[in-house]
Design a binder for this molecule. Structure first.
Ligand code: AMP
Ligand code: ZN
Length: 504
């Protein structure tokens, strides 16, 4: 859309600076996001990475760029250590479960996609599945093998001393992440990494392919270099991932990309493959790093089972800047839910007139088709929103703008105009909170464990209302106590009229 003249500034981890977004291909934005390794369910920290990538993609669309977004699915090659030691995560899980890797990959891929949907993350243009790209990985490796790699008994290794400035993305002399690694006998440099792992003699893997370096499997870093280059072409615009990838995975990808581009005479700025590398900070638990194995495994489904709408978690993510660490707590999630309820209640007043919604939608699509019209429209509110999002995706500030649009008009139903509704809808196209559809009933806390039905609660509350109207407070209190005993908290004082919620 051209209603946005503000320059989009993004923080590039390569330079550790905010830089104006300057696409490789005019009017386009090509983005690659490191996707999940599908050996287990994603935790909500993992999902923060995709909410961030989604907000980035939506912002690029809002700014008028034609977006091509790729997210990969890693179903082979990711070892239990991000560098070169340990077992393949997929093989390990398959052995523990005595199941086929393909079944495991399919199960967890579907679970991940369910979370993607629940969090209103837009589908990327391409989901690339690592095992679909193995022939291309072998070709890529063949291209760089002679000048940049060497072979050991355990596989083909990339020699990091053959490229300029290895690890500039990580900045620190990060051997920290590597110190846990069992030394691989014969490695020339400590930071060298496997791009092809040979199956040890006498062993078979469920997933293995023939290659010039023997039967085996690709290295995890190789996968992302190949899939990003194949689908988006080098150089592309933006590569995203969690901050942990800034230390090992992405420096290794960059080294391979440099080698590949030099070998193939591609003129890539700094040869890093992508122009901008962006990283979201971690979601942490009070006790420290989020983990799938220790403590309560914080899956999105757990939040849902406890009664929280998944978009409350999206709201929680948006309340923090993506580069800040975010601490998860149930209180924090509750606060995000309340904030979302306020927005949803305000929106629902206006949505109750379907004519307005239709008209607003119609006008918005007219603007999408007509740049001049969009230019003329440019409401002050939308400019303010644009300024916030163009400031390295400042979602906390953008939420305040949205609240101002929706909440500034007192007496909601009477104060709204089509213009307000259009602004709210356009803003939500970027924030993705689903305000067009969410109702307050959707956002009630209702844990899976609750046995009482909503109809029963509603009936009890109606009886209680009658008793109160008749000033029969004894009956009213008795009904309230009965409900409390069944885990229903009656919220008389809630300013938004959230008349009840189910407790844990
Ligand atoms: P994985 O499936 O382990 O490859 O991780 C998927 C994505 O989640 C990667 O981009 C990671 O960098 C990111 N990630 C892992 N843990 C967290 C966390 N606690 N908070 C935010 N992002 C994370
Ligand atoms: Zn990756």
């Amino acid at each position: 859309m051209t209603e946005n003249a503000t320059t989009l500034m993004l923080f590039n981890s390569l330079t550790r600076q905010l830089e104006p977004f300057n696409p490789v291909h005019a009017g386009e934005a090509r983005v690659y996001s490191c996707g999940p390794t599908v050996y287990n369910y994603p935790h909500i920290g993992n999902m923060r990475a995709y909410v961030f990538a989604d907000v980035l993609g939506r912002t690029l669309s809002f700014k008028g760029y034609r977006l091509t977004h790729v997210i990969n699915i890693t179903d082979v090659g990711h070892l239990t250590d991000d560098a070169d030691s340990g077992e393949d995560k997929m093989e390990k899980m398959a052995a523990e479960r005595a199941q086929s890797i393909w079944d495991i990959a399919e199960h967890y891929k579907q679970a991940y996609w369910a979370d993607v949907k629940a969090l209103n993350i837009r589908e990327p243009a391409h989901w690339t599945i690592a095992t679909d790209y193995v022939p291309q990985m072998i070709e890529f490796a063949k291209g760089i093998a002679e000048k940049h790699c060497y072979e050991l008994d355990s596989g083909l290794y990339f020699d990091v001393s053959t490229v300029a400035d290895y690890g500039r993305l990580a900045r620190a002399e990060t051997t920290e992440g590597q110190s846990r690694i069992d030394p691989v006998p014969g490695k020339r440099n400590q930071l060298d990494f496997a791009i092809w792992r040979k199956t040890p003699p006498g062993e078979t893997r469920q997933m293995e392919w023939d290659s010039p370096w023997g039967r085996g499997a690709p290295g995890w870093h190789l996968e992302c270099s190949v899939m990003s280059g194949e689908v988006l072409g080098f150089p592309f615009d933006i590569h995203t991932g969690g901050i942990d990838h800034r230390e090992i995975h992405h420096p290794c990808e960059i080294a391979q990309n440099q080698a590949h581009c030099c070998t193939n005479g591609l003129d890539v700025p700094a040869n890093s493959g992508a122009q901008v590398w962006m990283h979201n900070n971690f979601l942490v638990e009070r006790s420290g790093k989020m983990s799938k194995s220790s403590g309560e495994f914080l899956r999105l489904q757990l939040l849902i089972d406890k009664g929280y709408h998944p978009l409350a978690y999206r709201m929680m993510c948006l309340q923090a800047h993506y580069r800040s660490e975010l601490e998860f707590s149930w209180e924090g999630l509750g606060a995000a839910l309340t904030r979302l309820k306020r927005l949803s209640v305000a929106m629902s007043h206006h949505r109750s007139d379907p004519g307005n919604l239709e008209e607003a939608r119609r006008l918005l699509s007219e603007m999408d088709a007509n740049r001049e019209l969009a230019e003329k429209w440019k409401s002050a509110v939308l400019r303010e929103f644009d300024v916030a999002m163009s400031d390295d995706l400042n979602t906390p500030a953008a939420l305040v703008v949205l609240e101002k649009v929706i909440g500034a008009t007192k007496g909601l139903s009477s104060g709204w105009t089509i213009d307000t509704l259009m602004c709210a809808l356009r803003i939500d196209e970027v924030l993705g909170l689903g305000l067009e559809r969410l109702s307050r009933a959707d956002l009630r806390i209702r844990p899976k464990s609750a046995t009482i039905t909503e109809a029963e609660i509603e009936a009890a509350l109606a009886r209680r209302q009658e008793a109160r109207a008749a000033k029969d407070f004894a009956t009213s209190d008795a009904i309230r106590d009965e409900l409390t005993a069944q885990g229903v908290e009656v919220m008389d004082g809630d300013p938004l009229g959230w008349e009840w919620k189910l407790g844990d």
